[in-house]
Design a protein around this ligand. Structure first.
Ligand code: CAA
Length: 379
């Protein structure tokens, strides 16, 4: 076993670290306040190879491994999790094409994202079906060589900014997961309309919206896989992308720990820096051990995905553990900062708001526990 990053990943980590220091950290608080989408900076991230990283080399892409995506995501999230979510969303939107697409579909979308700055969205969740994917209601009605999509998607990352959407819809809701199909739908398709931008608690730099589908006509050539394969495509996608979500959480926790170490050395109470008190030291120690443990789980799950192994359980473990760890670390960070931590003058309250979303999206942590428990009980 080797616990060090190889040379290529170490170079990627250092380059992403520099990008985050120069481009993201100086503006993160401002984008958090305004809730604007940092399109120009995301474009710069694409120019240096940090967006659409899953595009294989044969299509001109960066062809980053999932482990590489985790290394980059952790660094970006140290700067701002909202930026990380916006950036990673492209791999989430492209992975269903890699998992279920045919050669022509892969060529079209992979080459496009490698050669041009394009954003994608992954449209799975709905107002009445977040955790219960098999219960989704977006209707796909077959008419000749086309499908007509009608219904609504909700909490869609990059929803108002995307150039294309990977969309999951059902041919027949009564058949649950067996009726679900996946499609790629370009933004300019008539009837596809992004709704109002959500005013979120955290990760405010990311764009989250409802997407309305009103009789959206999609040629059968834009269906990924066979009819009824959409559920499997969605699940296999999430197995591959959850390690990066875990990595974002580790980045948030790492930033919280760094801020707390600086603050605890400076801040005086009872005639001494608060770093001298065990009550503070124990919180710092817990953050550090959880970061290490979360990072190990994250890299193990990514390593498995990169080797083509079934990694549902490990991906869910990494996502669940790391995002819970980030939540605890950021709540403790506010405790260490005391009254200062509760104000917007200091960076830790933003970290806590950003961390909360990590326990909810790409499958709530309750769903991750369902996946883990099922694996334990059925194998
Ligand atoms: N890989 C391959 N096949 C899988 C699979 C996987 N990981 N998981 C399940 N399947 C297969 C099963 O083997 C089963 O196959 P058969 O038809 O042969 O029996 C079939 O799919 C149905 O599986 P289940 O019976 O397990 O399905 P379920 O309805 O009980 O649901 C669930 C399972 C795990 C709860 C699933 O609904 C789920 O993952 N929910 C969470 C959804 C989620 O993560 N949403 C996040 C949205 S994306 C987002 O947040 C992104 C963003 O914008 C930031």
């Amino acid at each position: 076993m080797d616990f060090t990053l190889d040379d290529e990943l170490a170079v990627l980590r250092d380059a992403t670290h520099r990008f985050t220091e120069e481009e993201i950290i100086p503006v993160a608080a401002e984008y958090d306040r305004s809730g604007e989408f940092p399109r120009a900076i995301i474009k710069k991230a694409w120019e240096v190879g940090l967006v659409s990283t899953c595009v294989p080399e044969e299509y001109g892409g960066v062809d980053l491994s999932v482990q590489g995506a985790c290394v980059a995501s952790e660094e970006i999230a140290r700067g701002c999790a909202g930026f990380a979510t916006s950036i990673m969303c492209n791999d989430l939107a492209l992975t269903p094409i890699l998992v279920g697409g045919n050669d022509a579909q892969k060529k079209e979308w992979m080459e496009l994202c490698a050669t041009e700055f394009k954003l994608g969205s992954f449209c799975l969740s709905e107002p009445a079906a977040g955790s219960d994917v098999a219960g989704l209601q977006l209707q796909a009605t077959k008419e000749g060589e086309e499908y007509v999509l009608s219904g609504t998607k909700a909490w869609i990352t990059n929803g108002g900014e995307a150039d294309f959407y990977t969309v999951f819809a059902t041919l027949d809701r009564s058949t649950r997961h067996k009726g679900i199909c996946a499609f790629v739908v370009p933004r300019d398709t008539p009837g596809l309309e992004p709704g109002k931008k959500e005013d979120k608690l955290g990760q405010r730099a990311s764009d989250t919206r409802v997407i309305h589908f009103d009789g959206v006509r999609v040629p059968a050539s834009q269906r990924l896989g066979e009819e009824g394969e959409g559920f499997r495509i969605a699940m296999q996608t999430l197995d591959r992308t959850r390690p990066s979500i875990a990595a974002v959480a580790i980045g948030i926790a790492e930033r919280a720990l760094g801020e707390c170490l600086d603050y605890a050395r400076e801040r005086q109470a009872f005639g001494s820096p608060i770093a001298n008190f065990q009550a503070v030291q124990f919180m710092l120690a817990d953050m550090a051990k959880d970061i290490e443990a979360g990072r190990l789980l994250t890299h193990q799950s990514a390593w498995m995905v990169d080797r083509g192994m079934v990694a549902s359980k490990q991906s869910s473990m990494a996502k669940c553990f790391s995002t819970d760890a980030a939540m605890k670390a950021t709540v403790d960070a506010i405790q260490i900062f005391g009254g200062n931590g509760y104000t917007r003058e200091y960076p830790v309250e933003k970290l806590m708001r950003d961390a909360k979303l990590m326990q909810i999206y790409e499958g709530t942590n309750q769903i991750q526990r369902v996946v883990i428990a099922r694996e334990l009980l059925t194998h």
